[in-house]
Design a protein around this ligand. Sequence first.
Ligand code: APR
Length: 299
Amino acid sequence: MSWHRASRPVITDHWLRSIQALVLVVLVVNIVNAHAPGLQKNPSKKYNGAGTTYNLRNIIIGRCYHYMSLHPGVGDKNCSGIWQELVDAVQRKDPCKITEEDYKHLALMAVQTIPCDKTLLWSRTNDLVHRYTKATENFITLEDTFLGFVFNGLMWCGKTFRPGMNFKCCPAWNECDHNSILSFWKMASAAFARASCGSVNVMLNGSADGDIARKESILRTVEIPTMDPTRVSEVNVWVIDDIQGEDKNSCNSKSLLELQHYIEEHKLKYSCIDNYRPVQALQCAENPNHAACNRCNYQ
Ligand code: APR
């Protein structure tokens, strides 16, 4: 009897102490997690963009060798090393916390000399500008350089707590400021603009609505500020209307004058041409019967 009386309170105390200890452990873990966001696991985080491109490694290494075969002057690039630098830049990291700095080793491995007077920048003319550089080979866009060629159109991001790439989803272009894709293209665009010299041309879309170049465009936020005014003699803007489209902007419209001011603020010399004839000739090759393609009409 006395054993029962005596033993019951002993068991209850033990349980109580165990429960108190458990509560304490849970509290400590919660406090540690709250103050160390990097330790918070969120394995099922969903992003709005497509996942990493399937066969990314093979595509990157294949394109790398392909570029070297097309342009032997680029030198001997370490294709599998470049792939590894990409993996190291993003794996085990939050895909919304990747900076241009994370790609600095990759940038060093991809370094390339850009001949003076060949750089062609663009905004809102993705399709036309690349049809033009394919047709003439007189100018080089970012996508014609080693880095741009190898990574163009691909998607990738890592997983915050695990090695390897996330093939399910990645942040979309504007989903977060420092996502793996946007930071890569900012790094690549800055490297291209920094390496440019002599006369730099820019192809813009005279038929597009709104600003001729978006305020947050890479042209405005990265490339214009990064060009070196001591090496770039002028920035020559080509305003090209769609051959079938409206003439919404030309060299003397407000949007262009504002862009001129912005370029000159960066100590770069500015000039502008409406419907630069060699580009219009390409448009006319595809629309030979359009009125603007009458030899007496086009500038
Ligand atoms: N969502 C998805 N993709 C986008 C978005 C967006 N909100 N904004 C830009 N992009 C991608 C698209 O692939 C688009 O075709 O960037 C491309 C270019 O955007 P633009 O506004 O047309 O131009 P810009 O931002 O100035 O970038 C082009 O940067 O890539 C370099 O040297 C290149 O001079 C060129 C400039």
